[in-house]
Structures are given as structure tokens and as C-alpha cells.
Design a protein. Structure first.
Length: 154
């Protein structure tokens, strides 16, 4: 979308973690220009979930959907030049944002589906002994005696 990612993030942060209906209402009453486009994107994600539940046979309940993540990344930048006084040119950049919304389903208890038993682990490489590096240190430099300034002759 033709909007800076910073401005898009302001709207996306409003709907993160909210239920789908609540996010829709928030976007409907937000006065930012990007809110209409984010609303269309949210509707598209809801329609995709509806398609999965009806056509593909996956068990997705639309009432339990919430916005799991909403991200605005930097897209390609359009560099433009505007004429300026005295034959100069002002350079400016038109930014583009790539918007991404991920929906997930919550249980009736309020916990997200599939997050109960999942754990992520990181495997670290075995520690290697570091090589000893000898640094040469210099003796501190001696200060020079400050002499008197010569007075200027007239």
C-alpha cells in the first residue's frame, strides 16, 4: 500500500490481539486513511478462514477468531525529485508498506489453539575456547610544558 510503514503500524497496533468483530469496529471508527485498507485486508483474512471452514473441511469457528499478528514491513521506495528555487532540486522518498495480518482461533476458555504444549528450544553450539590476544600497551604520553603566549607587536 502507498503509505509509510510507520503510519500503517499506528493502525495495526490498535487491532493486535483483539477479536475479529472488535477489530472491525475499531477500524470502522478510526480516522486514519490507512484504516480503510486495513479493514479490507482484515475482511479478506476472515473470508479466507470462512473458505477453509466451508470448502476445505477444516474446523474453524469464525466467532473465536482473533488477530494474532499484524505487521507493516518496508516495501520498495520510490525516489522522486521536486523542482526547487534557483535551479536546484529537492529529493524526496515515497514509501510503500507491505501489510500482513494473521488470524488465529481461541478456545472457549480464552486460550489460543495450539499454544498449550508448544515450546521452542534453541540449541547452542558448544563453546570454543577463545584465543588469547596480547595487546600492546603504550606508555602514557608526557605532557608538554605550557609556555607563555607571545604578545603581538603593534
Amino acid at each position: 500500500m502507498r503509505v509509510s510503514p510507520q503510519k500503517a503500524r499506528l493502525v495495526l497496533n490498535l487491532i493486535k490481539g483483539r477479536r475479529v468483530e472488535e477489530a472491525r469496529n475499531t477500524l470502522a471508527f478510526t480516522k486514519k486513511r490507512v484504516a480503510a485498507t486495513v479493514g479490507k485486508l482484515l475482511q479478506s483474512a476472515i473470508d479466507n478462514a470462512n473458505f477453509l471452514s466451508t470448502e476445505k473441511g477444516l474446523d474453524v469457528e469464525l466467532d473465536n477468531l482473533y488477530v494474532k499478528s499484524a505487521v507493516a514491513n518496508d516495501g520498495p521506495r520510490m525516489k522522486r525529485i521536486r523542482p526547487a528555487p534557483m535551479g536546484r532540486a529537492y529529493h524526496y522518498v515515497r514509501r510503500i508498506a507491505h501489510l500482513e495480518i494473521v488470524l488465529a482461533e481461541r478456545n472457549r476458555n480464552g486460550a489460543a489453539v495450539g499454544t498449550g504444549g508448544e515450546q521452542t528450544t534453541r540449541h547452542a553450539a558448544p563453546a570454543r575456547p577463545k584465543a588469547k590476544v596480547k595487546a600492546k600497551s603504550k606508555a602514557p604520553a608526557k605532557k608538554k610544558a605550557v609556555g607563555k603566549k607571545a604578545t603581538a607587536k603593534k
